[in-house]
Design a protein around this ligand. Structure first.
Ligand code: ADP
Length: 364
């Protein structure tokens, strides 16, 4: 069947979680035509897009969406990269590029990339699984405290195991892993960079990330981050990193700042990121619009921070499983500084990301 010639490219997204949903909301402003591959009932369903039911980890489903769009992007790294490579050869513009996705989807390959390109990151070693790690501890070649990270599939702290005492060795994950010494962290920072296929780069102001220790996931962030020489350094490093990857799209870079002022790259994500949700209200161009501009090769938007912001994740309360009601958030709705986002997840579960709220504050 001959495809009708359209004025604008049709965009596809692998994944219709909250990030896909917020991309769809941003694209609706331009009346963009959008297809999303994910399961029915996902947060993006019904939000200014057509849902293609399927699984972004399955080759045939990725090929199916790719053959209906002009530009294909992702809201998650764990997708079928082989299918994306094939689509590229068929002329589909795939951003971020599959070879970059392949590196970033594996924390081990990420770390090797930083080392090879001379970016500062914590030292690391690879292990096949829990048994090998325990043996290394017993032999004395690996010292507690350390952090085990599953090479693939982890997110929001799932896939990360902190070992500070012998008893923690029982909790090791039975997965191929990267192991790093526990870093003394004074502050966790994130910087979002964007790059389009024409080579234009834009970078947002660094933000401070504060984690919930028990769930190991982002609790809240503050923008701007406290001042110091680390701010300009982090922005420069994020710019150099997106160029080193040659990535088209967004790159969220997470850093550790040590008490001595050293800046280490922890990890990156090649897509919109939780650490930049405040950009929806606090910046002229949100991270979601920026992602669209980058993958569609449009001029990049204004990244200036117009107001100070505090973004708080709304997590499913402990001990409760079921639907969420707006009534639970009336205190936020009555706060004039608060901008509430609920992601439309059918069921709240303990610590599940259900939404976020951004408070805009006067810039000091
Ligand atoms: P995820 O991909 O699940 O976000 P991360 O690698 O970012 O996993 O780790 C989650 C959190 O665990 C980090 O934000 C940090 O607080 C802590 N962490 C990770 N690596 C280290 C380390 N080497 N030393 C100390 N804490 C760490």
């Amino acid at each position: 069947m001959q495809r009708k010639k359209k004025a604008n490219p049709v965009l596809g997204i692998l994944g219709g979680g909250q990030l896909g949903r917020m991309l769809a909301l941003a694209f609706a402003k331009w009346n963009g035509e959008l297809l999303v591959l994910d399961q029915p009932g996902c947060p993006a369903e019904g939000v200014a897009c057509r849902l293609l039911p399927g699984d972004f980890r399955k080759e045939e489903d990725v090929l199916r969406i790719g053959r209906q769009v002009d530009v294909l992007t992702v809201e998650i790294e764990q997708v079928h990269v082989g299918a994306l490579k094939r689509l590229e050869t068929e002329g589909v513009r795939v951003y971020p590029q599959p070879d970059v996705l392949e590196i970033i989807a594996d924390k081990g390959l990420q770390k090797q990339f930083y080392r090879a390109k001379g970016f500062p990151t914590a030292p690391f070693r690879f292990y096949e699984g829990a048994g090998e790690i325990r043996a290394a501890v017993a032999k004395g070649s690996l010292r507690i405290p350390f952090v085990q990270k599953a090479r693939r599939g982890g997110y929001d702290g799932r896939g990360v195991q902190l070992v500070t005492q012998e008893a923690d060795l029982e909790k090791l994950l039975p997965l191929p892993s990267v192991v790093e010494p526990k870093v003394d962290i004074a502050l966790e920072l994130a910087v979002l960079a964007a790059r389009n296929p024409s080579g234009e780069v834009a970078v947002y102001d660094p933000v401070e990330m504060h984690f919930r220790a028990e769930a190991n996931l982002l609790d809240y962030l503050e923008a701007p981050a406290r001042s110091g020489p680390h701010l300009a350094k982090a922005q420069k490093m994020a710019t150099e990193l997106i160029e080193a990857f040659g990535l088209c799209g967004l790159l969220a870079v997470e850093f550790f700042l040590t008490p001595s002022g050293e800046l280490l790259i922890n990890e990156v994500a090649p897509r919109p990121h939780n650490s930049a949700h405040h950009t929806i209200e606090a910046c002229p161009c949100s991270q979601f619009e920026q992602h669209l501009r980058a993958v569609l090769d449009l001029p990049l938007g204004d990244t200036r921070l117009l107001a100070a912001a505090r973004m708080q994740n709304i997590l499913g309360p402990e001990g409760y499983t079921g639907p969420l009601s707006w009534r639970q958030y009336e205190d936020l709705l009555s706060d004039p500084r608060a901008h509430l986002h609920l992601y439309g997840k059918a069921e709240s579960r303990p610590f599940r990301k259900m939404g976020h709220v951004t408070f805009l504050l006067p810039k000091t």
